[in-house]
Design a protein around this ligand. Structure first.
Ligand code: GLY
Length: 437
């Protein structure tokens, strides 16, 4: 079967790796990914030019397309592919609004009385915005309504000093129509521990994956700029050390209710639903949905799948999702980034990657934003590669991942604390404090 994966990052490399043994694999990539290009018939072009992707898929008799990133989903890539007879793992444009239009997402919670939402308001003018923020006594989060490539959300107490600074930033969001809408969402800042649950959806049913926790801060100890994610871990039984089965199940129920609501408001949601939750004193609260796998969280869960990924993809597109099984192991993913990232002076430099040594440790390497020239791997200004290991415990996986990271040499950096006992214990203690207050 001919399957096309769209997208050029580490997340898409992990998707390709999960499919490669069972399909004739094609890829549509904006830049040459050294890992993806080795295992697929690849075509380098802009993934957001959705008509061209559809033409390419038709010319090559692709049967199923798996869409990695959110930008083409927002541009209706699935609708275009379906028009030419290609079935898709990824929601159509109207269903992808769960990520591309945060006001649509929050309204669904209200209209369908779905649990786990939070106080929010949408503003399209600074007068109402300022009046609200002057009278609101809790810290807030400011979010553009549309897609901003992960760079638009600002949190009081993190990126912003107080609600006065929030006012200034929120006005900027409206004035510049950041993310494509002259609107801004103000949400209450929920305190707790954040986690991700990803699920396959065939439009009617969900098959949830193991929970994972990402580490967005650039530096150890959760310091520094918020990035796309510096690493993540998952635990045995699909839970996390601070996340009980009860709260996992509640989170999945929220996702199921949302899938039902989308079916009524738009079209059946076929693809991956990514739920970012905060475990608060009041239980799981939904922070955000994405209409795709998480990056890095995809790298935790995809290597754990024991059901063939192609069977999962067929189940999604045909509306007959099978039970999806995962190995009962923990996993740790560490992102290797250029030294100084996100502001690096080492873009363009050659690094040494000993792929064989990493494989000998039973770890996996998924390439992100690097280029390959004359056999040399070169850094860009973005994340370079994810290194993933599995183990009977998070600690065991962490130790293997850490060893494997030593086989990437050059002006690079990774967070050594991701998945360590000390950091995981800190998360557990933080959660206990919240529950006891
Ligand atoms: N890990 C964050 C994201 O995938 O959006």
């Amino acid at each position: 079967m001919k399957v096309l994966v769209v997208g050029a990052g580490a997340r898409e490399h992990a998707i390709c790796d999960a499919l490669k043994d069972d399909v004739d694999l094609y890829t549509y990539i904006s830049k040459k990914n050294p890992g993806i290009s080795k295992i697929s018939t690849y075509h380098i072009a802009d993934e957001s030019e959705v008509n061209k992707v559809a033409e390419y898929a038709k010319e090559n008799n692709i049967e199923i397309a798996v869409i990695g990133p959110e930008a083409p989903l927002g541009k209706g890539i699935v609708d275009k592919l379906e028009d030419v007879g290609v079935k898709c793992v990824g929601p159509c444009q109207s269903a992808a609004r769960i990520e591309t239009d945060k006001s649509f997402m929050r309204n669904l919670f209200e209209k369908y009385e779905i649990d786990g939402s939070l106080t929010y308001k949408v503003f399209d003018n600074t007068k109402d915005l300022n009046e609200f923020l002057d009278s609101y006594d809790k810290d807030v989060v400011v979010k553009p309504v549309g897609l901003t490539g992960g760079k638009g959300v600002k949190i009081v107490g993190d990126h912003l000093k107080d609600n006065q600074e929030a006012k200034e930033y929120a006005s900027e969001v409206i004035d510049n129509a950041m993310g494509g809408f002259a609107q801004v969402i103000i949400e209450e800042r929920v305190i707790g521990e954040e986690y991700t649950i990803q699920a396959f959806s065939d439009g009617n049913h969900l098959a949830p994956m193991p929970a994972a926790q990402d580490h967005p801060h650039a530096f150890e100890g959760d310091k520094g700029a918020i990035t796309g994610g510096m690493g993540s871990y998952s635990d045995v039984e699909g839970l996390l050390p601070f996340l009980s089965q009860e709260n996992y199940d509640k989170s999945v129920k929220i996702m199921e209710d949302v899938i039902t609501a989308i079916r009524k408001e738009a079209k059946p949601y076929k693809g991956i639903l990514y739920g970012q939750f905060m475990l608060s004193a009041d239980g799981p609260r939904l922070i955000e949905f994405n209409a795709r796998f998480g990056d890095p969280e995809a790298m935790n869960v995809l290597p754990l799948i024991s059901t063939p990924m192609i069977e999962v993809c067929k189940g999604i597109v045909d509306g007959k999702l099978p039970k999806v099984e995962f190995k009962n192991l923990a996993s740790v993913c560490k992102y290797i980034v250029p030294e100084g990232y996100p502001e690096t002076k080492f873009a363009g430099e050659v690094i040494e990657v000993d792929e064989e040594a990493i494989e000998r440790l039973n770890a996996k390497l998924f390439y992100a934003s690097v280029s390959e020239e004359d056999g040399n791997i070169k850094l860009s200004s973005s994340r370079a590669m994810g290194i993933v290991a599995q183990g009977k415990s998070i600690s065991e996986a962490e130790k293997i991942a850490e060893k494997a990271c030593m086989y990437v040499k050059g002006n690079v950096y990774h967070r050594k604390d991701v998945g360590t006992k000390a950091l995981v214990d800190k998360r557990v203690e933080h959660m206990k404090e919240i529950l006891n207050n």
